[in-house]
Design a protein around this ligand. Structure first.
Ligand SMILES: Nc1ncnc2c1ncn2[C@@H]1O[C@H](COP(=O)(O)OP(=O)(O)OP(=O)(O)O)[C@@H](O)[C@H]1O
Length: 974
């Protein structure tokens, strides 16, 4: 049997609960038939226990009974002490049961009781505090949760300790609510009844106290919410609703259109009725199951829609009486007690006017409907009915952790009643500018909207908050890293007017100018302005953080090379990090060739290549050269940020954003601050800007995105980054022709014939497959390895190569080299070639099972061809006729940004960015980046405005507190 440990040294509030629990235990155990063992000095009290419990057959916890029994033979004071407990549990005043004693007597009694009942540790709290049910929550609790409406949401005056069936019924099925199991824990855990806030330090002045405490509301623990039983708060807490914020952020999944009842009710409709209770019956169905059935009769009037009655006057209204059977079920022995059943039955009195809303289910009898999930409000009089039966959206909540939607909606509704109106941390100015409701109204609007527009506006505000705090945190963190107010102002200004500054080519370094001269083509206007913008940044003593965006094949790499040249010209080092080894090698070779062609430069930059496959000895030498400054541009993969790598004077890190170079990696580059002593050997510095302050500056970061990321996504991913876009294509590019085929016999026949034609005219063909090996699970997928033989046989006059991720690095490079040089004319590959592979002579891209790839991905693949002057084609083969629809979109547009936006809408950001990158996207509970991207930009502007007004948010303490709560700095990386 469960042992009960009662600690009397608990805080008063918890004692009150401990008492209630103990009472429950006594009642339950007495119900089990042990009531007769109890000895009480007060006969009336004894009979009360008997009355309540006579029907039941439970057993009493031994030790408690023993104590009570022993008490009967003990001294009067000891006896009365225990009886006092029980009496209070049974809601009687001490005075009814025993006489008041002097302090001395009490003290003596306490000491002797401690000896006699080791299971009970007695303290010095006044018993009355322990049992006073009025001290349900603490004063501090109230100071935060108090509102004018509060009283109406305090617990209904049911017998103390009894569970409110209305709110608990839903939870019972999923929890095993064995009341005894939690007794020890609940009694001993008194601390949870004090107000606990999950806030970090919040600094407020006395004047702000009021609003600050209102803002703290959201951080109050769920246990501090008035009107919840300890059990309910425990259940809520266990299911993740630790704070009021968590609870209020359990948003409705959807809303159904709640309409006023009409004459032609259909099964499954959500309707509102106003009517009169006809009967209310609570029935004990078995020893552990009971139910309540309330029948409400409702008169509904309206025009008769029956065609047979069309002869009637159109203005004539007819009436019908509907009977609603509202049913609620209770599982658990304690819900079968007659007093409990009486109490719930009495809550709904026949004759009461009520407003009922919920989903109807037709019963067999005509005009009779059942409602299992419903809301019922008792109206004061019949006149109120017209007011109550207003059409409104009916929120449908998702269940969570076993808590039923009904229970959650009830608790949320209670929380809304005590929501302070002045809880909004956002400055009023911001909400006004962006036309947003206050936070209070947003919570009300999302949970209990009067109409769908209100719900929509509320959602807008909540989305705005999600985006706003993300932006604010990122910008705030950046500002913290800057020293002077001026620097901060300049940075914010730069974000407000992003395309602000650039350096004309005349002012570029000699090295950069010579590099431009060495190019076999002239830069496009877009490339020029991108390079100028970047070079302007490079000349400033603030670390650059820029994203270079441009459609596939637009020529981003050469712009990045120019940034390297500029840095090297100032006597510093540059690191260029590629996502794959293949690309690192490609960039290295491209740069090496261009440098070779460079003329009129006394000392050319020295370059190095470092990847995971670089032999140990060689990599050691490269590391040494980096440390000494002998290498001025290093190209490689992730190995560039390995711990052992030390740079002598790293000034810029260029990163291909395919790998989503997050703040954490950026931090790694930051940790590679160069030592002031060593300056790169190429230091033919034509800039005198190098100051001492420069030497300790974190490197500039230039990220390159081959995926044209819609601006909203870029903001969500980076927030703090400046954008540079290349919007034009090199001159002479011929748009790639896109053809879509169904992967049937005819389709393939046509594809092969087009391939042959292209090969005959000297072209080179990529064949891209979704998988390397054929799989039994997905036999419809063509596999690169398996197809090598088939294709070789089909095109016997041409040689085929194979390239996939499982090959060794050398083999991959060899396969690509052969294809680039023309030794092989057909390259069967997986999507490893999707990123950055540049073979200008390739003229045809064939994608097998194209529906397996995202639109943005296919656009990237298509970008592998048409990079030279040859007319190129892209053939997309869909497995089924159905899959062709989506592929057709590619046929219609070659604009990467347009396609990326479509992909974002169709498949969400995860697919657009690929698993690796989308893993870095923040999670937004209500916002969908693909739908709400515009709001992100508004939030960005708002964050800039707020920080512009107060760099460290000193003017907005509430906002700062909220920010620290929402965005712990550890989440922001670095
Ligand atoms: N202004 C230009 N005129 C002609 N050709 C150019 C120009 N700029 C770059 N190129 C060439 O265009 C091809 C593609 O350039 P690059 O690889 O830099 O593109 P990218 O934007 O990085 O593409 P991807 O997104 O595929 O990585 C290269 O062969 C490059 O030499």
């Amino acid at each position: 049997m469960a042992a009960v440990t009662l600690s009397l040294v608990q805080p008063p509030c918890s004692m009150c609960f401990a008492g209630r629990r103990l009472r429950s235990v006594i009642v339950i155990q007495a119900q089990r038939g042990n009531w007769s063992k109890m000895r009480f000095s007060n006969l009336f009290f004894s009979s009360k226990v008997w009355k309540i419990t006579y029907r039941s057959k439970h057993s009493f916890p031994d030790n408690l009974l023993e104590q009570v029994e022993k008490c009967a033979n003990a001294r009067l004071e000891t006896q009365s002490k225990l009886i006092s407990k029980v009496a209070a549990l049974m809601e009687y005043d001490d005075d009814d049961v025993f006489d008041q004693k002097s302090d001395k007597q009490v003290k003596e009694e306490l000491e002797s009781a401690c000896k006699r009942f080791p299971a009970i540790s007695l303290g010095y709290s006044r018993p009355v505090e322990l049992y006073s049910r009025n001290k349900f929550s603490e004063e501090a609790n109230r100071s935060i949760l108090k509102t004018p409406n509060e009283n109406s949401f305090l617990p209904t005056p049911m017998p103390v300790g009894w569970l409110d069936p209305d709110s608990l019924s839903g939870t019972l099925s999923s929890f095993s609510p064995e009341p005894l199991m939690n007794v020890r824990e609940e009694i001993s855990d008194g601390s949870s009844f004090t107000v606990q806030t999950a806030t970090s330090e919040v600094e407020t002045t006395p004047e702000e106290e009021d609003s600050a405490s209102a803002q703290l509301f959201l951080s109050c623990t769920i246990g501090s919410m008035p009107g919840l039983s300890k059990r309910q708060s425990y259940q809520l807490d266990t299911c993740g609703f630790h704070t009021m914020r968590k609870l209020l952020h359990h948003f409705p999944r959807t809303y159904v259109d709640l309409q006023n009842a009409h004459l032609d009710i259909e099964d499954g409709q959500y309707l509102i009725f106003v009517g009169k209770i006809v009967s209310s019956k609570a029935v004990r169905a078995s020893s552990s199951f009971s139910f309540l059935e309330v029948i409400v009769s409702c008169e509904v009037t309206g025009r008769d829609q029956n065609p047979e009655n069309l002869s009637c006057n159109a203005d004539d209204k007819v009436g019908k009486t509907f009977y609603l059977h509202l049913k609620r079920f209770f599982r658990g022995a304690r819900f079968t007690w007659q007093p409990f059943l009486n109490s719930i039955q009495e809550k709904h009195r026949p004759g009461d006017f009520v407003c009922v809303s919920g989903k109807v289910k037709a019963l067999r009898a005509e005009n009779h409907f059942e409602m299992k999930e419903y809301n019922i409000d008792v109206l004061r009089d019949e006149d109120e009915s017209s007011l109550s039966a207003q059409v409104r959206p009916y929120p449908i909540y998702p269940a969570k952790g076993g808590l039923s939607p009904k229970f959650l909606s009830d608790v949320i509704s209670r929380a809304l009643r005590i929501l302070p109106t002045n809880m909004d941390p956002l400055p009023k100015e911001i909400t006004t500018i962006f036309g947003l409701p206050s936070l209070h109204d947003a919570y009300i609007g999302i949970h209990e909207p009067k109409n769908l527009d209100e719900a929509d506006l509320a959602r807008k505000r909540l989305i705005f908050d999600e985006f706003f705090y993300l932006q604010l945190a990122r910008l705030y963190q950046m500002l913290q890293g800057l020293g002077t107010k001026l620097e901060k102002d300049v940075l914010l200004e730069k974000f407000k007017n992003p395309v602000l500054n650039s350096v004309y080519i005349e002012d570029w370094s000699t090295l950069s100018k010579s590099f431009v001269k060495a190019l076999p083509y002239s830069l496009t206007p877009s490339q020029l302005s991108a390079a100028s913008e970047i070079i302007w940044d490079l000349k400033r003593p603030i670390p650059m953080n820029r994203l270079l965006q441009g459609d596939v094949g637009c020529g981003k790499t050469v712009v990045a090379f120019l940034a390297c040249m500029e840095v090297v010209a100032s006597g510093y080092q540059a690191a260029f990090m590629a996502p794959t080894e293949l690309l690192a090698i490609q960039h290295y070779e491209q740069l090496r060739d261009l440098l070779e062609k460079m003329e009129g430069v006394s000392s050319k930059p020295t370059i190095g290549l470092l990847t995971g496959s670089t032999p140990t000895k060689q990599s050691r030498m490269i590391r040494q050269d980096l440390q000494s400054g002998a290498i001025s541009i290093i190209i490689g993969t992730h190995s560039l940020i390995a711990e052992k790598i030390e740079y002598s004077a790293l000034r810029i890190a260029i990163v291909d954003e395919q790998q989503r170079f997050g703040v954490i990696q950026r931090g790694k580059f930051n940790s590679k601050l160069y030592g002031a002593s060593v300056i790169s050997k190429t230091g033919s510095s034509d800039s005198d800007d190098t100051t001492k302050a420069d030497l300790n500056m974190a490197p500039h970061v230039l990220a390159m995105s081959a995926t044209p990321i819609p601006r909203s996504l870029a903001l969500a991913l980076y927030g703090d980054i400046s954008l540079t876009q290349i919007t034009d294509m090199p001159v002479g590019r011929i748009p790639v022709e896109t053809h879509i085929f169904e992967g049937n016999e005819t389709g393939f026949k046509e594809v092969y014939s087009m391939m042959l034609k292209d090969l005959e005219s000297g072209g080179r063909v990529y064949l891209v497959y979704p998988v390397i090996e054929q799989s039994e699970q997905l036999p419809q997928l063509r596999a690169a390895s398996a197809d090598l033989e088939v294709i070789s046989q089909k095109f016997p006059n041409y040689s085929c190569g194979l390239l996939h991720g499982r090959m060794k690095s050398d083999d991959k490079e060899e396969a690509l080299r052969k294809f680039r040089s023309g030794e092989t004319q057909i390259l069967l590959s997986t999507q490893v070639i999707e990123i950055g592979v540049d073979v200008p002579d390739a003229s045809m891209m064939v994608v097998m099972n194209a529906e397996r790839f995202g639109i943005a991905q296919l656009h990237q693949l298509r970008g592998r061809v048409g990079r030279g002057t040859r007319k190129s084609k892209c053939l997309l083969i869909g497995s089924t006729a159905n899959s062709l629809k989506r592929l057709n979109m590619l046929g219609k547009s070659s604009d990467g940004f347009y396609l990326a936006n479509i992909d974002l809408l169709l498949r969400g950001p995860g697919d657009l960015l690929g698993k690796k990158q989308s893993g870095h996207l923040p999670e937004f509970p209500v916002a969908r980046l693909e739908m709400d991207g515009n709001m992100l930009q508004e939030a960005h502007i708002a964050a800039l405005k707020v920080l512009g007004d107060s760099h460290d948010l000193e003017k907005f303490p509430a906002l700062r507190a909220e920010l620290s709560m929402r965005q712990p700095l550890c989440l922001l990386g670095d």
